[in-house]
Write a protein that binds this ligand. Sequence first.
Ligand code: SF4
Length: 423
Amino acid sequence: MAKLEKDEHGRLIFTEAMRKEYTILVPQMAPYHFEYLVEALNTEGYNCELLRTTDYALINEGMKYAHNDICIPAMLVIGQFIDAIKKRTVDKGKVALIITQTGGGCRASNYISLLRKALKKAQLDDVPIISLNANGFEKNPGFKVTPKLLHKLHDAVVLGDLMMSLMNQVRPYEKKEGSVEKLRQSIDENLKTFFNHNKWFTWGHIKRKIHEICQAFSEIETIKTPKPKVGIVGEIYVKYSPLGNNHLEETLEKEGVEVVVPPIYDFFLYSFDSRVHDIKRYGGPKKEAFVLKSLVWYVEKRRSAVRKIMKHYGFDAPVPYKKLKALVDGVIDVGTHTGEGWLLTAEMIDLIEHGAPNIVCTQPFGCLPNHIAGKGMFKKIKSLYPESNIVAIDYDTSASKINQLNRINLMVSNAFRNMKERS
Ligand code: SF4
């Protein structure tokens, strides 16, 4: 039985012995990506379990143990963790939690401390928490990000972005209802064994898989009825998590539109690049800037091959990161990188320039960084792109779902009207 050990600051650490015995609970933050991330982690000797609960009521657990002033993504993640531990019937005392830590200027950097405080209040303070970050914070002897794991995590994010994009491009037009979902299930089943390999240093392995997936999607029979495209942007958690955004993707698709969600990988590249930007502008370790810059270059090189394959099979592919960044020239400074920062503005412009002028900008209530780079940029964007049709939706513990739906419906009906007028 693994012993509880603390570091010099009194923090409970995740030990080597725990790695063998403990289950690591992972909050579901992005449905396409996290399934694969968990598979990748499990092939590297961890025992991770993805929390798939989508009942909004678990926010009550978050509200019970965390101050109600904190951002809704933290409230939901904390609620989801505590709810899962309480409901556990097996190995209740052998669970650890994993959470991302951004290290940026906003409250997301403190989610881990809030979670520790909440666990203590819930008398669960013997549960270790693993911080997943690129800055080397909070080391744990039982959890090491090796180059092999890093490559597998990279592949998981690439596949998640790919599946999200293909599903959204094909499902609204499928001839036989359910055929896209059926294909997804068979691909997911097949991907369960994909990460169980040692060929992490080669590119051919994943390239073949991407070809296979794109080909399978291209063979689905479709009816190309014109539909307006609606993009989703915003704070990372409420943008991707159905729990955070009340199943926004599904809601929009039911309204008869094609949904476009920008890739999650751009957010990671933006985080690395922001650090490089800070080091250049304010000083800092040059070696770190070089490593991060090389990482962005390497990831982009691999992603450009994915883009080529997607285009080869007739699908729209996301724009390269460098181009995305260039879109905000003269609109917002690229030093704006608290929360989603300039990336949020860039994503809106990219969507408009690529045929999706209708946008839902999701933001947690009281999320200042995203109100600045999101809602705060609407006027400027409207003046540059008069055809834009953007609605801001706030997500809060007390936000009315009906109110959210009314605002979304109004934006969608404008989207249909605009499409008709332009045709
Ligand atoms: S980006 Fe917004 S929601 Fe996320 S931690 Fe910062 S303030 Fe909170």
